[in-house]
Write a new protein. Structure first.
Length: 270
């Protein structure tokens, strides 16, 4: 019996150790649970969404570049300059526009154009590269993958220089709640785009880069959770108890088979 019990016991201990380490890893690690519901999660924002825009126009002078904001609440702002910066590119022939501004939580648009310039250029070139367009707080969480900067790297350098660009955005409110219960509010978005040549009432071509947005009523919530301690203890007890029960059955079967084999061998010898 000792010869059969020792290997079985060793195997049981190794098996228990393996399952214990697996459960411990699962207990220490956090999981992200997501849910959908209809609500405006960030009610303390005053009905505003923070926007971060970073775009390069390599063939348009900085003095011609401007940001205009419009929405269905009647806002119409031409040449928004607060919290914005223009960086000359290509020896002053181009411009990189970086802006941080807020929009109302109603359908509207903001667009980069020459509308705010004192004198309109003859052939404005709206070819561009979008480095960043994001809404709300920045979320960099390992297990959360979403379209928080869906237009990053959008390259329109090979487009018609006189073409207008429409980016149609559907903004989805997103909440991330960590283990301490602290919430961060961000926004994902989907995008569709089109290009066209737009003429003014005078017949001139005045291109622009439009970002037309609407908000989804659906909110996505990510909650960071960890397995409860009682569930971890229950799992460990189940592992130990179940393993030893199975080990006892195996040991009994091996011992019974061994004894039966011995009797068979003795019967043959007689």
């Amino acid at each position: 019996p000792l010869l059969t019990s020792v290997p079985v016991s060793v195997c049981c201990c190794l098996f228990i150790l393996f399952l214990f380490l697996s459960e411990l890893t699962g207990f220490i690690a956090t999981e992200i649970v997501n849910e959908l519901y209809v609500d405006d999660p960030d009610k303390d924002s005053g009905g505003k969404i923070e926007v971060n825009l970073n775009i390069s126009l390599p063939n348009l002078h900085c003095e011609l570049v401007g940001l205009d904001i419009q929405d269905e609440m009647g806002r119409h702002e031409v040449g928004h300059i607060d919290n914005s910066m223009k960086i000359p590119l290509n020896n002053g022939d181009g411009c990189r526009f970086e802006g941080h501004f807020s929009i109302n939580k109603v359908p509207g648009n903001f667009h980069v154009s020459t509308h705010s310039a004192t004198a309109q250029p003859q052939n404005p070139d709206m070819t561009h590269v979008i480095h960043k367009l994001s809404f709300g707080d920045k979320l960099q969480v390992q297990n959360v993958h979403g379209a928080f900067n869906a237009l990053e790297g959008a390259d329109k350098l090979s487009s018609n220089p006189l073409a207008s660009h429409d980016y149609i955005l559907k903004i989805v409110p997103t909440v991330y709640e960590d283990m301490s219960g602290k919430q961060r509010y961000s926004y994902q978005y989907t995008v569709a785009n089109k290009e066209y040549v737009a003429y003014s009432h005078t017949g001139r071509i005045i291109p622009a880069i439009w970002f037309r947005y609407d908000l989804s009523p659906i909110t996505v919530k990510y909650t960071e959770r960890r397995q409860p301690l009682y569930r971890f203890i229950t799992s460990i007890c189940a592992i130990i108890g179940g393993t030893f029960t199975v080990a006892g059955i195996l040991d009994s079967c091996i011992f019974t088979a061994s004894e039966a084999w011995k009797k068979i061998q003795l019967g043959k010898m007689q």
